[in-house]
Design a protein around this ligand. Structure first.
Ligand code: PGA
Ligand code: ZN
Length: 416
């Protein structure tokens, strides 16, 4: 039997220097650990990240209450009572103990830490790699296969992730390559070429990086960012071989019914603006093009860009939440789900979101958060659900490369 015998938790730091939670689950004297990431441009419908609000510690951002909830509230439910391979039972027990719709009683960060550490334990105790184990937890009818994802590298940062005045949050490059290893190399090469171009045009200071490892040059418009990417791709010798994706995170530049991108626009004008960008640049994917309540404008853009095969990704709109995804499916708002486990708070619910997205014919892209840890869980998640896409920031900053480097190792193992 692989009973859970001990659960411990601690406050650690994330990549922005803010506290976050880490959980150890012990089974048969083996310790399995998982850490929880944290967003900056969080959707209003995300599950609640419990913070202490004690201004004397970490500016109120401490997570000691969540740590306490893991050890005093969640641990007693599970220790000596469940086998670590019973992921659904574990998650259900925690959901029941919380009892709220957004995990506000115990904290989604507390619950997720336990959920992910238990998944690691389940994998370890059943002699599987984590990506194999995740695959085994997927509902069988999803029909997806274990596979390496195509990376989307966020190389220009704006919005809430950078100190510049660029309203759009992420400009990503995604190499077309036969292997993950090759995609990573191409991504890193273009990244370094881009660094040189930015240094020459804006000075060396402009090559300081934002939260996700991308550069944050003093630009204000999407066109300026996209032109920089095209130049870098061409100069690196990959013209036509690297696609572009954007995460607009538009809720962050929406105010009182208007978008500031940076010019003031209505949602209708913004639809046309995106269509213009799609015509001019090799953009294959646009995430959160409108604010998080506007299912209809997403649908308009999706419909009008349908012929180009562009991917419309829901992040703040759908928040990895089955109910929000159902609405987006009904409204035909998107054709791809951004998957962030901490938006919902348990692995089981995240996998249910995946199954629902697949059943509607959507694609899925696994995502990190802007505040990350060294935990590489999402690399295995992307491989295990076989979704084919991951975004984990630039090929730079340890918490980002940790995921990419884990994918290199998985690829090597799968090719043995
Ligand atoms: P966040 O950004 O982690 O700050 O929410 C990532 C994203 O919006 O995709
Ligand atoms: Zn996003």
């Amino acid at each position: 039997m692989s009973m859970i015998s001990l659960i411990k938790s601690r406050e650690i730091l994330d990549s922005r220097g803010n506290p976050t939670i880490e959980v150890d689950v012990t089974v048969n004297n083996h310790k399995y650990t998982a850490a929880v990431p944290s967003g900056a441009s969080t959707g209003t419908h995300e599950a609640l990240e419990l913070r202490d609000q004690n201004s004397k510690r970490y500016g109120g951002k401490g997570v000691l209450k969540a740590v306490n909830n893991v050890e005093k509230k969640l641990a007693p439910l599970l220790i000596g009572k469940v086998n670590c391979i019973q992921q659904k039972k574990i998650d259900d027990l925690m959901l029941k103990a919380d009892g709220t719709s957004n995990k506000s009683k115990l904290g989604a960060n507390a619950i997720l830490g336990v959920s992910l550490a238990c998944a690691r334990a389940g994998a370890g105790e059943s002699g599987k790699e984590l990506y194999q184990y995740v695959h085994s937890l997927l509902p069988t009818k999803t029909n997806s296969k274990i596979s390496l994802p195509r990376p989307f590298f966020n190389v220009i940062n704006g919005g809430m992730h950078a100190g510049n005045s660029l309203p759009f949050q992420e400009f990503m490059i995604s190499p077309q390559a036969k292997t993950f290893r090759e995609a990573l190399r191409i991504g890193a090469e273009v990244y370094h070429t881009l660094k040189g171009i930015i240094a020459k045009k804006y000075g060396k200071l402009a090559t300081n990086v934002g939260d996700e490892g991308g550069f944050a040059p003093p630009i204000r418009t999407a066109e300026e960012g996209l032109e920089l990417l095209i130049k870098a791709i061409n100069k690196s010798g990959y013209s036509g071989k690297v696609d572009i994706a954007m995460d607009c995170a538009a809720s962050e530049f929406y105010k009182n019914g208007s978008y500031y991108a940076p010019k003031k626009m209505t949602s209708g004008q913004l639809v046309n603006y995106y269509l213009k960008l799609l015509k001019k640049y090799p953009i294959i994917s646009i995430e959160d093009p409108f604010e998080q309540e506007d299912f209809q404008s997403y649908a308009k853009l999706r419909k009008r860009s349908e012929k180009s095969g562009i991917q419309i990704v829901g992040d703040d709109l759908t928040v990895t939440n089955v109910d929000r995804i159902k609405t987006a499916i009904q409204e035909k708002s998107c054709n791809c789900l951004l998957l962030k486990v901490n938006q919902i708070g348990t692995l089981t619910e995240a996998l249910q979101a995946v199954a629902l997205a697949y059943s509607a014919g959507w694609k899925v892209m696994v995502s990190h958060r802007s505040g990350e840890t060294e935990d590489t869980f999402i690399a295995d998640l992307a491989v295990g659900i076989g979704c084919g896409m991951i975004k984990s920031g630039a090929p730079c900053r340890g918490e980002r490369t940790a995921k990419y480097n884990r994918l290199l190792r998985i690829e090597e193992e799968l090719n043995k």
